[in-house]
Ligand binder design. Structure first.
Ligand SMILES: Nc1ncnc2c1ncn2[C@@H]1O[C@H](COP(=O)(O)OP(=O)(O)O)[C@@H](O)[C@H]1O
Ligand SMILES: [Mg+2]
Length: 232
């Protein structure tokens, strides 16, 4: 479905992403793991068109996205939730969801559909987003992206700063909506163990390069890889 081939992105003299290939199928989760500075965020920013690659290609069901304007890439069904999310603190939970729906008009998901995925947000619907806990904020960030009914969701470290119990809960939600909505998820995480617990595939980056691309259970069983790159 989403196919990334040989993607290479530079910031001036720094090669942040170096010949990376990854795939995300319908309803599947591909985890992209690696230490700080490995190139994970740059990979997502390149896929969503925020930075331009030096080489390589990105395609969705065979249609090339690589050099399309950002809004065209969004229209093709690729949604990006950046690190720290993108909620509007001054608006309530429900207003955040309604604002995200504006440009999709009739095709957007209704708040109730998002609340069915994240019941906690239904309880908090009239609260300003500034009052949400870290976990609720993350749910709202993802909920806002799901309003547009994307086919591919790019998630940048959704577990960052959350307590272990909440991390497990967020990972469970991601697994559930990938299954129920058929969305393909590219899940960038430093928290490798949690991401692998829900992923269908695990890709490990180091200094911009893919050093492993395997089934989650294979990665978790590889002690050398785990110690060198995954931190568990
Ligand atoms: N805007 C930028 N300008 C210059 N270098 C950057 C910029 N953003 C990231 N980098 C560098 O690119 C490399 C990859 O960074 P990044 O994609 O943020 O990795 P990760 O998300 O895995 O921590 C790092 O060496 C980082 O210092
Ligand atoms: Mg990052």
């Amino acid at each position: 479905m989403l196919t990334v081939e040989g993607l290479t992105t530079d910031y001036g003299a720094v090669r942040a992403v170096d010949g990376v290939s990854v795939q995300v199928g319908e309803g599947t989760i591909t985890a992209v793991l690696g230490a700080n500075g490995a190139g994970k965020t740059t990979l997502l920013r390149t896929i969503s068109g925020l930075v331009r690659p030096r080489a390589g290609r990105v395609s969705l069901d065979g249609d090339e996205l690589t050099r399309l304007p950002v809004e065209e890439i969004v229209r093709c069904g690729v949604a990006h939730v950046p690190e720290g999310g993108g909620v509007i603190s001054e608006l309530t939970v429900e207003e955040n969801l309604r604002v995200a729906a504006v440009w999709r008009r009739g095709q957007a998901a209704r708040p109730d559909e998002i609340y069915d995925l994240f019941p906690r947000l239904r309880e908090r619907r009239t609260q300003p987003a500034s009052r949400l806990s870290g976990g609720e904020r993350q749910m709202l960030s993802i909920g806002r992206a799901l309003v547009a009914r994307p086919r591919i969701l790019l998630l940048d470290e959704p577990s960052l700063g959350l307590a272990p119990l909440l991390v497990a809960q967020i990972m469970g939600f991601i697994r559930r909506f990938a299954d129920s909505l058929g969305i393909g998820v590219l899940l960038v995480e430093q928290n490798a163990r949690s991401a692998l617990s829900v992923a269908n595939r695990g890709v490990v980056l180091n200094l911009g390069r893919v050093v492993a691309d395997q089934e989650p259970h294979q990665l978790a069983a590889d002690e050398r890889l785990r110690h060198a790159y995954l931190g568990f």
